[in-house]
Design a protein around this ligand. Structure first.
Ligand code: ATP
Length: 364
């Protein structure tokens, strides 16, 4: 079993508290991704799991062992960094074999492990080359190979793809996912790239300012964000937010209104929105949950918008619109016949409407 259990984990650099009471269970064989903006503490958390950073308080367990004070060498983990950290004067073979030699593995065992890893990563033809004779993508494969040959209990990845160009990053992302399917090794992966997080993670941890905001499967986070931060962080283009006032409707329901909007709160949300009657809250609507209204859309879910910019991306068009005082983006058909300054009737998908408390940001 190679689960990683993190309990009440804290890290302070002098007086600066950068990891705050993190509790997390990373399951055996799970691919867990930490995502969040720069400086939120994800790398520091990973480095505490690795043993590269001391723990201020709390506990890290790998399998059944508390590893708090174990040196990295003895944690049975392998780490892959953004900068590859290959030895420039060694061949690819020796780079991959190095860790095993240090640990006094038998020569035959080393050869077999390196050959196997090279096959898996398709770098067999480069084993005799030096790192400088390789492309960035090939170097990153070698860095992965060096981790794989160890057969560790846990892989730790610190933004391993961020030095690659966009196309290669997508390819390597797919390779990493396949590699995980094949090896089944528990993996913890740090990135600030939400697409990487959504596509790689069995589950994703969203962090902000040293704290875990939400843990869940990618689509769970996307469709049921726990708060406004998670809602706004995941998704591109980002979720639209609008401040509205909640009014009781004579019909028994509620209306969410501001200068540009007047929407009936869908029945799914009435119980939760009810307590906000007479007060403001934040509505959240994803760009793909907006469309150009037609006769089938109920008028109480439709509003006016003025198109300010149209971005035609091929697979979709993004309408950047003004709705009262708010800017909103709608993702619509790529061939939409809209033009700048057009006034359009826009409808929302009521099933996907989100609402957040103005003060706490928590999902309502
Ligand atoms: P990034 O994606 O930019 O690497 P991150 O989420 O991984 O961000 P960390 O690298 O964990 O963030 O850093 C969290 C905070 O801790 C930052 O404010 C950073 O400046 C601070 N920090 C990290 N390492 C140290 C250190 N050795 N000494 C002092 N402060 C540090």
């Amino acid at each position: 079993m190679a689960q990683v259990l993190i309990q009440s984990l804290n890290k302070k650099f002098d007086e600066v508290h950068v990891v705050k009471d993190v509790n997390l269970e990373i399951r055996d064989k799970e691919f867990m991704v930490f995502v969040g903006p720069s400086g939120c503490g994800k790398t520091t958390t990973l480095r505490m799991i690795a043993g590269l950073e001391s723990i201020t308080s709390g506990q890290v367990m790998i399998g059944d062992t508390v590893v708090n004070t174990l040196p990295p060498m003895d944690r049975d983990i392998a780490m892959v960094f953004q900068n590859y950290a290959l030895y420039p004067h060694m061949t690819v073979y020796d780079n991959m074999a190095f860790g095993l030699k240090m640990r006094k593995f038998a020569k035959d065992d080393i050869r077999r492990r390196v050959q196997d890893a090279a096959d898996i990563l398709d770098i067999r033809d480069y084993l005799h080359r030096k790192p400088r004779q390789l492309s960035g993508g090939q170097r990153q494969r070698v860095a992965l190979g060096r981790a794989i040959v160890r057969h560790p209990r846990v892989f730790l990845f610190d933004e391993p793809l961020s030095n690659l160009d966009a196309k290669l990053r997508v390819q390597m992302r797919i390779e990493l996912r396949k590699l995980h399917e094949r090896l089944g090794t528990t993996a913890v992966y740090v990135t600030h790239d939400q697409v990487e997080a959504m596509t790689l993670g069995d589950r994703v941890v969203v962090m902000r300012d040293g704290r875990v905001q939400q843990v869940g499967e990618p689509l769970e986070l996307y469709y049921q964000p726990a708060n406004r931060f998670v809602a706004g962080f995941l998704g591109s283009p980002a979720m639209n937010f609008a401040t509205v006032r909640i009014e009781a409707d004579p019909g028994g329901g509620f209306v969410a209104a501001n200068e540009g909007l007047r929407l009936t709160v869908p029945p799914r949300l009435t119980d939760r929105v009810g307590p906000y009657a007479g007060r403001e809250l934040t509505l959240g609507i994803r760009p793909e949950d907006l469309h150009i209204a037609d006769a089938s859309d109920p008028p109480d879910l439709v509003f006016d918008a003025v198109v300010e910019v149209i971005e035609r991306l091929g697979s979709e068009a993004l309408l950047v619109m003004r709705v009262g005082k708010d800017a909103m983006v709608a993702s619509v058909e790529p061939t939409v016949p809209a033009r700048m300054r057009d006034r359009l009737r826009i409808a929302i998908n009521p099933e996907r409407l989100h609402a957040f408390d103005m003060e706490t940001g928590a999902a309502v």
